[in-house]
Design a protein around this ligand. Structure first.
Ligand SMILES: *[C@@H]1O[C@H](CO)[C@@H](O)[C@H](O)[C@H]1NC(C)=O
Ligand SMILES: *[C@@H]1O[C@H](CO)[C@@H](O)[C@H](O)[C@H]1NC(C)=O
Ligand SMILES: *[C@@H]1O[C@H](CO)[C@@H](O)[C@H](O)[C@H]1NC(C)=O
Ligand SMILES: *[C@@H]1O[C@H](CO)[C@@H](O)[C@H](O)[C@H]1NC(C)=O
Ligand SMILES: *[C@@H]1O[C@H](CO)[C@@H](O)[C@H](O)[C@H]1NC(C)=O
Ligand SMILES: *[C@@H]1O[C@H](CO)[C@@H](O)[C@H](O)[C@H]1NC(C)=O
Ligand SMILES: *[C@@H]1O[C@H](CO)[C@@H](O)[C@H](O)[C@H]1NC(C)=O
Length: 191
């Protein structure tokens, strides 16, 4: 069921390929010199802002070797992308050698980084244009959490804290647009 939902979500995202220009004045970042001019003349909608819903994370206690886990629903109402995002015990790091660990969302245009209290969202810019665009927008939020302690056997991954964002909806702006590091989006499974 989850898998079917993922496929549907990906199809919906692709089906909404009818795009419209974002007003450049609204963007909270400057376009890099190297950004293809052809994309600006196309109907490419530049990522502007996003919302994160139902963010929950689990953090291992210092003596617990398990990795943090987490999930949320991601929405960009400008590019019409809605997707589930999660990092679990078997999630592959899609960040690539020498880069911060990144976790993929079901719609492969979206990835996230959790680091030191900050959730960074990365969304591929103009993913529907059919060009070899490899630019990605990023923006961060610093959620406030409500946490409770966990322990085995009730919590299979053991000692730690389970934290829910106090705000059910967290809004963020994209504040940067950069060329994606090489091979960033190629080896992802569209599950
Ligand atoms: C997103 O969807 C709305 C309503 O369905 C539509 O008006 C808009 O053009 C779409 N935007 C993009 C970038 O596809
Ligand atoms: C995104 O920006 C638009 C235009 O300024 C605004 O109407 C909308 O509320 C913003 N959405 C979020 C999630 O911040
Ligand atoms: C934690 O994550 C790293 C990298 O993502 C992985 O190599 C390691 O095996 C994971 N550890 C556990 C206990 O799952
Ligand atoms: C774990 O997360 C990945 C995405 O990183 C997802 O494809 C997979 O279905 C998840 N596994 C479980 C058991 O939820
Ligand atoms: C983590 O965030 C805290 C508070 O914002 C800061 O003082 C600290 O330097 C950060 N640590 C790293 C490794 O970024
Ligand atoms: C934190 O979680 C507890 C237990 O679920 C709940 O009773 C409490 O109202 C929550 N507090 C906030 C500020 O969300
Ligand atoms: C996003 O940027 C707009 C305009 O620059 C600003 O008014 C708004 O407060 C920002 N939103 C967030 C969540 O930072």
């Amino acid at each position: 069921m989850l898998r079917l939902y993922s496929i549907l979500a990906a199809l919906v995202a692709i089906a909404s390929a009818v795009t419209a220009m974002t007003a450049a004045s609204e963007l909270n970042y400057a376009l890099p010199e190297s950004f293809p001019k052809v994309l600006l003349q196309s109907d490419c909608y530049m990522p502007l802002n996003f919302s994160v819903f139902g963010l929950e994370l689990w953090f291992p206690a210092p003596n617990n070797p398990n990795n943090f886990t987490g999930s949320f629903v991601y929405m960009d109402m400008g590019t019409n992308i809605t997707t589930n995002c999660q990092r679990n015990a078997t999630s592959p790091n899609v960040g690539g050698e020498g880069h911060a660990e990144r976790w993929g969302c079901d719609v492969p245009f979206v990835q996230f980084i959790w680091q030191n209290g900050t959730l960074t969202i990365i969304e591929k810019a103009c993913p529907f244009t059919g060009t070899a665009s490899t630019f990605e927008a990023s923006g961060s939020v610093e959620p406030v959490f409500n946490c409770t302690a966990t322990a085995a056997p009730q919590w299979p991954s053991g000692d730690g804290s389970y934290c829910q964002a106090i705000d059910g909806q967290i809004n963020g702006n994209f504040t940067s647009l950069q060329p994606a590091p090489p091979a960033k989006f190629v080896d992802m499974e569209v599950s």
